[in-house]
Design a protein around this ligand. Structure first.
Ligand code: PMT
Length: 222
């Protein structure tokens, strides 16, 4: 049993993919199943926290005992995250947010026609970055899903997004990343140190992340 204690704390978690609509039948998305974020939500409930789970479309069931906010697009996820941010103690951004969306969503199913090979895209809001700008007392934890130069990119995200911790995973490694019940993560901390964890069940990774959050909360109040 974990000694993790988060009662009286509000923990906001984002999970799953986003969907950016092209037309009524097509969208841009990614492979996130929601398992990592839902595992964190479940562990936070077990630790006694008040939990808000902001979730993109997934097929797994949400744990009991939390507030579930279902969203679809990056913009909806942003709005939900902002509205829950002020009273949050810890925010964990596990979601795989689409960085791009179609510039125009067609109201009707798009038909093939000559010269239509290019889909025009625009950037979505970087939710983690925006929260990093707004941050006061909140502990902000981001993920980094990488396929190469994991350490370098994760360190970059830690600084650029003003996060307190980045949980990096190489999503091409066996047993890590999207869809699996296990993950292999490295923590990148603000003091410049890092901690590489072995292959673990996502539910155990979840507890490790929340233990880090608890330490950061304690540091903040000393
Ligand atoms: O859901 P599972 O199948 O269990 O898979 C788990 C996971 C692979 C999705 C998870 O472990 C993970 O790595 N999540 C982060 C995915 C991601 O989008 O990483 P990124 O490196 O592109 O983004 C970095 C951080 O910025 C993330 O915290 C992300 O939530 C955030 N972000 C990214 C883009 C954007 N527009 N807004 C954001 O807030």
């Amino acid at each position: 049993p974990s000694r993790l204690e988060l009662s009286g704390r509000k923990v906001v978690i984002t999970a799953g993919p986003t969907r950016e609509k092209i037309d009524p039948v097509r969208y841009i998305t990614n492979h996130s199943s929601g398992k990592m974020g839902y595992a964190i939500a479940e562990a936070a409930v077990s630790a006694g926290a008040e939990v808000v789970l902001i979730s993109g479309p997934v097929t797994i069931n949400a744990p009991a005992g939390l507030k579930l906010i279902k969203v679809e697009s990056a913009e909806e996820m942003y709005q939900a995250a902002i509205s829950e941010f002020d009273h949050a103690d810890v925010v964990i951004k596990t979601a795989a947010v689409s960085d791009y969306r179609p510039k125009v969503t067609s109201a009707q199913k798009m038909k093939k026609q000559p010269g239509d090979e290019l889909l025009e895209l625009e950037r979505t809001k970087d939710i983690l970055f925006e929260l990093g700008q707004k941050k006061k007392k909140q502990i902000l934890i981001g993920f980094a899903a990488e396929t190469e130069q994991v350490d370098e990119y994760a360190q970059g995200k830690l600084k650029r997004k003003n996060a307190d911790l980045i949980v990096a995973n190489n999503v091409t490694a066996e047993g890590a990343g999207f869809g699996t019940d296990t993950n292999i993560v490295t923590f990148f901390k603000k003091d410049g140190s890092s901690e590489k964890l072995p292959l673990m069940a996502k539910k155990d990774v979840a507890v490790k992340i929340l233990e880090e959050a608890a330490i950061l909360l304690k540091d903040e109040h000393e």
